[in-house]
Write a protein that binds this ligand. Structure first.
Ligand SMILES: Cc1cc2nc3c(=O)[nH]c(=O)nc-3n(C[C@H](O)[C@H](O)[C@H](O)COP(=O)(O)OP(=O)(O)OC[C@H]3O[C@@H](n4cnc5c(N)ncnc54)[C@H](O)[C@@H]3O)c2cc1C
Length: 344
């Protein structure tokens, strides 16, 4: 076994990356991030499909506080993000499309929202395709088992789980005998809503029909709809001429009826059918569509207002957007808060 890591971070979403960056800036070395997927970003994700890129996770970011504002300013200066729209819309239950009253810039990355994570992750030691599957104490260290092409064991002085709380519960429940009861109870108290997100491609004439019917409308929240939660014109974020793409997100109740990936085909037909009823009749006739099931999309009751931590047998932290809210900014601030508490 190699030299123990100073800090092992599980999860390369915004929370894990922000935390690692901050620790690195404070002079910490010996930090590695273990990420089960092949890329950075987690729910801040982008997929290439049908000659374009599509954001089926985070659609846009809009800073509320000073620290995230400063990050957004850096990302604007680096040409990673730009303002997409100042105005979002809501489709009411009785079919009225209303402009929302909160007018401020919503920022997007024209080359895909995961560019934000990629930009921040430069210079970090991120090990992709590495899923943490177990953790046990080993003296005053933690021993993590990581499954990849070959399972490996990693020793670390401190471990940070920057993943949705229910996924941390799965990993930490076997340690119930040694963890403080309150720590595990708090972690178990954080539940998540699921969501199904579909990317759907259309023709230029269908997009023109949308623009004629709904001029300047790029982001619509469907209020009180049993199936559709949100619809956005994803291709309007791109600079390069891109095929028209809409992204549709389901409600949490609808996603709960389709918990298995095998159900996604049926679920996406129902969502497109619903978009035909609520918006324009051709929504069901897309050129192509790709659904994705987010099992852990949005925290249900993010009111902890803090990360969860223990310091014995060795320091261990659990954090993510769910510590503070349900947005990228919350994940970013959770990452900074854990880093601050380590740096002291
Ligand atoms: C459909 C959708 C739309 C959204 N829209 C917006 C929006 O418009 N604006 C906004 O601000 N926010 C939005 N959000 C929320 C935003 O995406 C999240 O708040 C934020 O990205 C959470 O970051 P995180 O780092 O806390 O968690 P995550 O992004 O979930 O990162 C966790 C990472 O850990 C990895 N991981 C999990 N378990 C393991 C393991 N055992 N071993 C190794 N790696 C593991 C995952 O692969 C993932 O990369 C949206 C979310 C969804 C799902």
């Amino acid at each position: 076994m190699t030299t123990p890591l100073e800090i092992a971070i599980v999860g390369a979403g915004m929370a894990g990356i922000a935390c690692a960056k901050q620790l690195q800036a404070a002079g910490y070395t010996g930090i590695a991030i273990f990420e089960k997927s092949r890329g950075v970003g987690g729910r801040l994700t982008t997929r290439r499909m049908f000659d374009t890129c599509v954001d089926r996770g985070t659609c846009y970011i809009s800073p509320k506080g000073v620290q995230f504002r400063a990050l957004c300013d850096r990302l604007i200066a680096a040409n990673i993000i730009e303002s997409w729209t100042d105005t979002t819309h809501t489709l009411t239950a009785d079919g009225k499309l209303l402009a929302d009253s909160d007018i401020y810039p919503r920022y997007v990355a024209p080359n895909g929202m995961n560019q934000i994570a990629k930009y921040l992750a430069k210079d970090l030691d991120i090990r992709f395709g590495q899923r943490a599957i177990a953790i046990v104490p080993d003296g005053k260290l933690w021993r993590l088992t990581i499954s990849g092409s070959e399972p490996i064991e990693i020793l670390a002085h401190q471990v940070i789980f920057a993943i949705p709380a229910p996924q941390a519960v799965d990993l930490l429940t076997p340690l119930a005998d040694i963890l403080p009861v309150e720590f595990l109870a708090n972690l178990r108290g954080v539940d998540f809503y699921g969501s199904i997100a579909i990317a759907a491609g259309y023709t230029q004439s269908q997009l023109a029909a949308w623009e004629a019917t709904y001029p300047q409308v790029k982001s619509v929240t469907c209020s009180d709809d049993p199936i559709l939660g949100w619809l956005g014109v994803d291709s309007s974020k791109r600079h390069q001429p891109a095929p028209p793409v809409f992204v549709l997100q389901s409600t949490a109740d609808f996603a709960a009826k389709y918990p298995n990936p095998e159900d996604l085909a049926v679920a996406s037909l129902a969502m497109l059918e619903r978009a035909s009823e609520r918006f324009l009749p051709w929504f069901r006739e897309c050129e192509w569509q790709q659904p994705h099931l987010w099992r852990y999309a949005f925290p249900k009751s993010p009111d902890l207002n803090a990360f969860l931590a223990i310091d014995r047998p060795a320091p261990l932290f659990c954090m993510g957007d769910w510590c503070r809210g349900r947005k990228v900014e919350d994940a970013f601030l959770a990452g900074l808060a854990v880093a601050r508490s380590i740096v002291g």
